[in-house]
Each structure stands twice: as structure tokens, then as C-alpha cells.
Design a protein around this ligand. Structure first.
Ligand code: DX5
Ligand code: ZN
Length: 216
């Protein structure tokens, strides 16, 4: 898979014009569509679930990247895959049986990612890195768009890269939270393969142009 991918987060889209915003992303240089699912338990916010996924499935022409910020994600992973998820990422902090959940997602035909909160060390992934398709590093505390980027993420990208290389893993590194035009270049240089951007894309005057600029 080619790197320097941009995954705009639908959380910052205009839900009254969801089809329009998805079509805008279809016609842009966005690579993936990032879908943030929040349950009000794992994170202190509730976003959306299957009805919105149905709209995404109907209109999206891009790779659908689902980020589950929910407890017991193993209960819903299969339904998200049936609703069009190409990749499902689950939080390390939300999975008692992470190995089983990763295997379940892959058996049901999707790519599987593991997500780390800002305070969870990369070394916790040592015994799962060979199995996952992606590591998603949270660069804000999950729950809300538009927060400030946590600088310690650069160190975690380097550590994740080392872990991937020393285990012959093919996992991609995705960074989520506070990504903008000022830090995107440095994040790609540090080793990120995929950058999620919500606020930076949707609150800009030209979301399509911002997506292009995030890749430079
Ligand atoms: C945060 C979500 C992010 C969020 C990113 O809990 O996981 O995907 O939408 O939004 P920005 O880019 O605005 O920080
Ligand atoms: Zn996310």
C-alpha cells in the first residue's frame, strides 16, 4: 500500500449535508474516509453508529477506515464490516482479548488495526505487532475533534517504526488528532503512513485544497 495517505475524519463533516461532504471527499485527493464511532462509555462523547455507516456505504468510493472508540468492540466489529468497513481499528485499552478481536476482524474480511491512547506505551504492542495491519497512534485524547496535537507522538512514531521493523511486520502507522498543515510534513517524515484530519480539512475554506496541501 502506498504511503503518505490522508484520511479526512467525517466527525467534522456537516451532518445535514453528509452525502455532499462524502461526494466532495470522493472527488478529492483523500485516500481514506475516517469514521469515528464513540459510545459515551469508552470516551466521554457519543458520535454515530450504523445509520450513518449506511449512508457512508451508499456514497463513499474511498477506503473506509473505522475507528471504534467503544467498549467491547468485538460485539460490533462484524456489523461494521457488513456495513462497508475496509479497516476496523480497536483500542488496546478497550480489549481484554485483543489477539482474538484482531483475528475476528481479519476472518470477517477486513484489515485490523490497534489504537493506542496518548498515555499507553508502544511497548504494549510487542506481542501483537506481527498480527495487525495498522497501528493508530492517538495524538489527542480521543473523544473530540479540534484538539491540540500532543508533541510526544513523534517519539511514539519512531518507537512504533522500530517495533515494526524488528518484527518484520507490514503494519502501517496512522496518526489521529490535531493534525494540520503545520505538522503533517514532519509527521510523514517521522514515519507516519496515514494522517487523519478532521478540523483542519472541514473548517478550511477549501477542504479539497487542504487535503492536497497535507500531502506536501
Ligand atoms: C478524536 C477522533 C479523531 C478526530 C480528529 O477522538 O478519533 O479522528 O475526529 O479530529 P481533528 O483532526 O479535528 O483533531
Ligand atoms: Zn479517529
Amino acid at each position: 500500500m502506498k504511503t503518505k495517505l490522508i484520511a479526512p475524519s467525517l466527525l467534522s463533516a456537516d451532518f445535514g449535508n453528509l452525502q455532499r461532504d462524502i461526494e466532495m471527499l470522493n472527488n478529492s485527493q483523500a485516500d481514506w474516509l475516517h469514521i469515528d464511532v464513540m459510545d459515551g462509555r469508552f470516551v466521554p462523547n457519543i458520535s454515530f453508529g450504523f445509520p450513518v455507516m449506511k449512508t457512508v456505504q451508499q456514497h463513499a468510493q474511498k477506503f473506509v477506515d473505522v475507528h471504534l472508540m467503544i467498549v467491547e468492540p468485538e460485539k460490533y466489529a462484524e456489523e461494521f464490516i457488513s456495513a462497508g468497513a475496509d479497516l476496523v481499528s480497536v483500542h488496546y485499552e478497550a480489549c481484554t482479548h485483543l489477539h482474538r478481536t484482531i483475528a475476528l476482524i481479519q476472518e470477517k474480511g477486513a484489515k485490523a488495526g490497534v489504537v493506542l491512547n496518548p498515555a499507553t506505551p508502544v511497548l504494549m504492542l510487542e506481542d501483537i505487532i506481527a498480527e495487525v495491519d495498522l497501528v493508530l497512534l492517538m495524538s489527542v485524547n480521543p473523544g473530540f475533534g479540534g484538539q491540540k496535537f500532543i508533541e510526544n507522538t513523534y517519539k511514539k512514531i519512531a518507537e512504533t517504526k522500530d517495533l515494526i521493523l524488528s518484527n518484520n511486520s507490514t503494519a502501517l502507522i496512522e496518526v489521529d488528532g490535531g493534525v494540520n498543515l503545520d505538522n503533517a510534513g514532519r509527521l510523514f517524515e517521522a514515519g507516519a503512513d496515514v494522517l487523519v484530519a478532521g478540523n483542519a480539512v472541514f473548517s478550511s475554506e477549501s477542504p479539497e485544497r487542504t487535503i492536497e496541501l497535507l500531502k506536501i
